[in-house]
Write a protein that binds this ligand. Structure first.
Ligand code: ATP
Length: 440
């Protein structure tokens, strides 16, 4: 059984081999800590986002979705505290001029990890993690804009717009999925920490005084959602931020951590952000962001916010790491991605047992039946049946449908289930419902 960095190496190479994740700009030697999703990766990512959107927006009446732009007014980031406070202290090696986080272990040892120089580090200086660019043709201070480092601010500045255009009353939430950018100094661990990533964030607006209780509610909801993706509960835990760890806006905060091959790490945060953000935007914009109770109009307040903030890419890494298995079946090794069928990029693979006797034609028909029903299906007629199974096991495909001699007599196919390896015969007319019924 693989573990630690060995397991990460195996995952990275499986992701490339099967078309999940590729290094960005690979033919040019790669771009620093940026990754591209391939044909299977984009499907898995979309399935994770769809599961999140369904649970938070479609299945609930008290949450609205939005899609705010990445580029925002520069004042947003002054109000949010990111211009002044979204910084990491860095030291520079005076010999090779490379920069490192001041809290890196090599810095404590006073040895440059790149050129090996001793005692060559400068005093720490603060380095802002936001990517900065210019809006319009003139490159001056007045035209500075930032690539957003979190999606949340797009929700706060639209709080009144959503309130007045929907029929929501407090307590209610606004959800959004979108790209975020951070010029991380020490990115790494594959897609765990990257400079361009996606977030799924939900901001829940509540009456002050009810915030503690809503924090507990969202902690439970979010843990339950993660487990609904099939993640092993023993590899999940909460980590509460101690006072020194709390962000400037937070009253209380919890991470949901997963036991990655490189240790326990956060992939989602649940934060009580108090009324910090709306108050700051009210001060900086001069626009009232208070809530007026529709029943008792004398009751006005700036809502408290409970935030649930998950990284799409980190959740995807959780899903992949949790699904990866190495097994020996009847003396033969196999690698399998035991993905929840709802998340699997390909739901069914269709194989003609041999490329003759009319089997390819029937297999083609079954494949088209699935495709027309929008059930992602993959047709494979190359190599031995065993090899075809192995390829789909690695890709995480939950069902393999084989068209064999018996199919030609009774219109049934052999369905083999990826994890249990159980096989049963299903009539061609029932194949679509059979697969649909099991992918949830
Ligand atoms: P970390 O301490 O790991 O940098 P954070 O506490 O800064 O994370 P938040 O600002 O709370 O993270 O962001 C919420 C979520 O966004 C994280 O739980 C993570 O899933 C995701 N995320 C944040 N930064 C990155 C990154 N550089 N690459 C990938 N995902 C990220």
């Amino acid at each position: 059984m693989a573990d630690g960095s060995d397991l990460m190496d195996k995952l990275v190479s499986l992701c490339k081999r099967r078309g999940y994740v590729f290094q960005s700009s690979e033919i040019y030697g790669g771009a620093g800590s940026v990754w591209d999703y391939g044909p299977l990766g984009v499907e898995l990512k979309n399935n994770i986002k769809a599961a999140w959107w369904r649970a938070l927006v479609h299945e609930r009446e008290d949450i609205e979705g939005i899609d705010a732009a990445i580029l925002m007014h520069a004042r947003v980031w002054e109000a949010s505290g990111h211009v002044a406070g979204f910084v990491d202290p860095l030291v520079e090696c005076r010999v090779c001029h490379r920069r490192f986080r001041a809290d890196a272990p090599e810095v404590a040892k006073q040895v440059c990890p790149v050129c090996g120089s001793k005692d060559s580090f400068t005093e720490p200086r603060l380095f802002n993690l936001m990517f900065k660019t210019f809006m319009g043709p003139v490159e001056d201070e007045a035209s500075v804009v930032y690539l957003r480092p979190e999606t949340a601010q797009g929700i706060y500045v639209n709080f009144q717009n959503v309130l007045s255009s929907s029929r929501q009353r407090i307590p209610f939430g606004i959800a959004q999925i979108g790209k975020a950018f951070r010029n991380e100094i020490t990115p790494g661990n594959f897609i765990f920490r990257t400079r361009e990533f996606e977030q799924m964030e939900m901001q829940f607006f509540v009456e002050p005084g009810t915030d503690e209780q809503w924090l507990e509610h969202w902690k439970a909801e979010r843990m339950q959602w993660v487990q609904s993706l099939g993640i092993q509960p023993a590899r999940l835990r909460f980590h509460e931020h101690e006072s020194g760890e709390l962000a400037h806006y937070a009253k209380r905060a919890f991470d949901i951590q997963y036991e990655f091959p490189f240790g326990w790490q956060e992939f989602e945060g649940i934060h009580n952000r108090t009324d910090f953000d709306l108050k700051r935007h009210q001060d900086y914009s001069g626009k009232k962001l208070e809530y007026v109770d529709p029943v008792n109009r004398d009751k006005r307040y700036i809502p408290y916010i409970i935030e649930t903030s998950a990284g799409v890419d980190r959740t995807l890494l959780v899903v992949l790491a949790d699904a990866y298995r190495e097994e020996v079946i009847e003396g033969e090794p196999r690698v399998v991605l035991a993905l929840h069928p709802r998340l699997a990029p390909i739901k069914a693979a269709v194989f003609p047992l041999v490329n003759k006797d009319g089997m390819p034609e029937v297999a083609g028909r079954v494949h088209q039946l699935l495709r027309h029903a929008a059930v992602p299906s993959f047709y494979d007629d190359s190599g031995s049946i065993g090899r075809r199974y192995r390829r789909q096991d690695e890709a995480g495909t939950p069902f393999a449908l084989t068209i064999d001699g018996q199919t030609l007599q009774d219109e049934t196919v052999t369905v083999r289930e990826r994890d249990s390896l159980r096989q049963e015969r299903v009539g061609i007319g029932r194949v679509v419902d059979y697969v649909r019924g099991r992918i949830g």
